[in-house]
Design a protein around this ligand. Sequence first.
Ligand code: HEC
Ligand code: HEC
Ligand code: HEC
Ligand code: HEC
Length: 498
Amino acid sequence: MKKMGSANKKSILLIVFSFLLMLALVGCANSQAQEEEPMNTGLDPNEWNNFAFKDLFPEHWESYMKNMENEKEVLPKNDPSIEPMLPIVWNGFGFAVEYNLTRGHTYAFEDQMNVRRITENPNAVSACMSCKTTVFPAMLEEFGPERAYALNYHEEAMPWLEEFAGEDKGRMADGFGNVAEWGHASIGCSTCHDPVTMDLRVSLPHTTDAFERLGFDLENATQHDMRSIVCAQCHVEYYFDPLNDLQTTFPWGYGLTFEDQWEYSEYQASREGGFQGEYVSTISNTPILKAQHPEYELWSYGPHQTVSCADCHMPYQRVDGKKKISSHRWGSPMLTLEESCRTCHGDKSPTYLETRVKDIQERHKEQLLRAQEIGASAHYYVNRMIVRQREGLAISDEAIQEVQALVREGQWFWDMPAAENSYGFHNPDGAMASFTRSIDRSQQAILVATRALMAVGEDIDELERQIEITKQNVINESVNHEKHTHAINEWFPNVRDN
Ligand code: HEC
Ligand code: HEC
Ligand code: HEC
Ligand code: HEC
């Protein structure tokens, strides 16, 4: 074979190179122009109505509307096939009455208005709305942070909202299609985008405050950071701080791990008037911290922490043959495995990836149920201690308090990874460490209680039998929101003070 002269080789390379460069430049022209010239939608900087974006971004709108289709059946979470002990471990709190699996962002506001935790709680506050509606920033504007979170949900917040945003419900009827009753104001475009420039933004100021407490100024966030931080506005643990006008607050003062958040929450509880927990258990008279949905935190110390939420949950998808947009249907990445996972894991088969995810989730569910089962028993051991003490037997306050503290800790370390919605995928080790600590603390609680009870002659086998029957009665009740009524009975009365 004749060797090609080196000059010749160079010029061919040069031609190929220039051609590639040209392709690249043509390809980039569009996106560069977009970057240099900030977008101006012409919308009001305070626009909150999702419909206002519909005609400007028809492909995104179409993708967003897919949130109306449920990916899975929205079962109550205390269904025996999911988490049977919830009516016990949450007894005394609304979550024991009704708590459902998630569905699309477009339904978030409507689902909240209709859930029994809200409809049957006359004292619900507007802070509940802070992660459900695009109108919340307007409420902040109207009432200021001192009042906006603490309004009565039914008496103050809803009437104001009806007045401010209810009117626009009419616009749906004429030609806007069905976007759930309050879909025009449910989590939407202005939650994550500046309505004028469409830059990603944080629209909920308590999120900015939380990052500040962590020592991170959002001004310094990169675009890549923002692809997760927009989700951190809601997919996090939070509480309504009584020392700060009930404002939505993330317990991030010491860091993001579940262990850090526990330490910080215990510090808050130790302060005069500080947050003790969402409720006091009717079974164990223990103040309990109810976990919300700490996806951002668990992910932040897991194996995919360098991969953004949007990378997996909002993958680029082709919409009209050639154009690609970020999917705005937030759901399971397992349904978009090619675009969500194989962009990085192209060397692994889809079946391998699916199996890996299932394995992680199965192991997670096993430990979740074990921790929940033992935690539920621990509540009943405290109950028996309190009952015996009230009967005049020699059980000290200190012994009861020691066991209550263990129950509280055990429940936190079960609830955080259980409330996190990925079933451990976001951070298999972090979740497992949490369950291990939960099981350890609940077992410790049972051990300490057993000693105290045996010292006053309690028949522990009989106690165990009663606990088993009670658990079974909860499971067997078919009316979902009645289940919690069986958690309290003649063996285990309500012992809550007040
Ligand atoms: C303003 C608050 C808010 C923001 C911001 C937010 N979410 Fe959500 N998300 C929710 C709520 C509330 C639900 C549950 C809705 C329901 O069940 O009615 C939810 C549900 C989900 C679900 C489950 C959907 C289903 O069909 O079950 C996924 C996945 C999700 N969000 C991912 C994300 C990602 C990724 C981001 C960031 C790009 C994000 N969310 C930003 C509040 C938010
Ligand atoms: C939960 C947060 C969230 C909500 C709600 C949301 N977006 Fe986005 N949007 C994103 C993220 C994240 C990106 C990717 C941005 C990036 O990486 O530059 C994006 C990208 C975009 C882009 C840029 C092009 C693209 O596809 O990447 C447009 C336009 C857009 N969104 C429009 C909308 C519209 C219209 C709505 C309301 C119907 C909406 N978005 C609601 C988070 C959100
Ligand atoms: C590496 C990919 C990946 C990243 C990064 C990621 N997730 Fe996920 N996420 C998943 C997978 C996989 C599941 C499990 C889906 C299933 O079980 O079908 C999941 C589940 C979820 C769910 C529950 C969905 C449902 O149907 O109820 C939510 C909510 C969620 N993720 C939010 C987030 C948020 C917020 C972030 C960023 C802090 C994030 N995810 C980062 C892959 C990812
Ligand atoms: C942006 C790149 C990226 C994306 C997208 C991504 N991953 Fe990963 N994945 C990684 C990195 C990096 C690691 C860590 C590798 C390590 O620790 O050696 C990892 C690790 C894993 C692991 C653990 C390794 C193993 O085989 O046990 C699994 C499982 C996994 N990814 C599954 C997924 C799934 C499922 C998705 C989509 C929902 C996904 N990944 C999306 C980059 C990515």
